[in-house]
Design a binder for this molecule. Structure first.
Ligand code: AMP
Length: 149
């Protein structure tokens, strides 16, 4: 097995996300790898002040919805000892932005949760499924047990 140097955890703020985060953290510890986290906003409007997809975690936007999302990401960052410079908050389509960050930051393993979708749901394409098919690096889809969601 290759030695991972930079692991990217994709967090969707769902209840079952902790199990995925624990796995990513354990792998980062095992491989002494850098751990980064990413969350992509696809369900709140972008304030006028923002034109790009990358959101600053250190500047206050004045937008309560956006600040709440930042706070959620930073709580996870604190919980798993991820430096603020390795926390990514973006606007856009999750499957695309996660891949973009992974490529830009030279990530060698992306860790996502799988909701255990089968058959047609997979063909229709979930975030996890799309990342599995398009990432240039390894992808770990952490199977979430029934009852976790
Ligand atoms: P899905 O394929 O949409 O059921 O989501 C499976 C996994 O994709 C989640 O457990 C996360 O790891 C990741 N994911 C989904 N949506 C997002 C998002 N908006 N931002 C970051 N990661 C996400």
């Amino acid at each position: 097995m290759s030695d991972y140097k930079h692991i990217l955890l994709a967090v969707d703020f769902s209840k079952q996300g902790d199990a995925v985060a624990e796995k990513a953290k354990a792998l980062a510890t095992t491989f002494q790898a850098k751990l980064s986290i990413v969350h992509v906003l696809d369900n709140i409007p972008m304030p006028d002040a923002y034109y790009g997809t990358l959101i600053s975690l250190t500047e206050n936007s004045g937008d309560p919805l956006l600040e709440a999302e930042k706070a959620k990401l930073m709580v996870i960052g604190d919980q798993f000892n991820v430096e603020i410079s390795n926390q990514w908050l973006l606007w856009g389509i999750p499957k695309q932005e996660i891949i973009n960050v992974a490529e830009q930051q030279q990530v060698d393993l992306i860790v996502v949760g799988s909701h255990g979708r089968h058959g047609l749901a997979l063909l229709l394409g979930s975030t996890a499924n799309s990342i599995l098919h398009t990432a240039k690096c390894d992808v770990l889809a952490v199977r979430l047990k029934e009852g976790n969601f």
